[in-house]
Ligand binder design. Sequence first.
Ligand code: SAM
Length: 268
Amino acid sequence: MNRSKTVGEHQARKRFGQNFLVDNNIIEKIVSAIAPTPNQNLIEIGPGQGAITGPVLEKCPRLNVIELDRDLIPLLQKKFHQYPELHIHQGDALKTDFSQFYREGKPLRIIGNLPYNISTPLMFHLLSFSGQIRDMYFMLQKEVVTRLAAVPGDKNYGRLSIMVQYYCQVEPLFQVPPTAFRPAPKVESAIVRLLPYPEPPYPADDLQLLSRLVRACFQQRRKTMRNTLKHMLNAEQLEQLGIDLTRRPETLSVEDFVVLSNQIGALL
Ligand code: SAM
């Protein structure tokens, strides 16, 4: 079955998560939130047919874009031929080494109306470069933005909230309805700003251990900390931890998780 829809001359491809922005008011709102200025180090993921690219180039003519769909490259080259400092990279943002774009004194500003099917792995990939990133502006499913910004006690608080908030301040900006896109997605969308901390405020001694701990805790979020942690530690070690073991994972802050993971690391 052909699930693609024609937009202009290009067939929107579902497997690339292609929902192109067509609402000029929304595009303007996104670009004014980003507030590009000349000579900044902007990188756009998934420029598509250039809905955001065009207005960004007007404010910052030096721009790198990464697009997976080979068919869109000639279209972008033609549309923006008057911008010699636009560098179009054909490739997969999930496999891109973003440190190649870093320039001394010019941390990365990463933007994108992201393909929703890869938005979570893509954010985790980008966070591995967080020390080189000034800010990120993403269009995501509204539900994902809610999870990113959730605080302890929220039903949406979980692994994504904790691991992203470990690195970044999360600021939901505004919602975008399905009618702003062609083809229209089935879900509501939202724009979020992520501001990486120069250094994580609560540094983990072992990031992999923190990640394992958080994953284990939210696999069964209704379990108490004792029931989750008994698979990692013996009874004696459990008693040495400084937390109330009757608590549920969803009540622990990012700082609590980091402190706990550092304590567990010291016991193992
Ligand atoms: N920025 C355009 C807009 O707002 O109209 C297009 C947004 S569309 C939701 C997502 C874009 O990301 C598509 O152009 C798609 O081809 C591209 N894309 C999908 N997977 C990608 C990947 N792994 N790396 C880079 N680009 C990707």
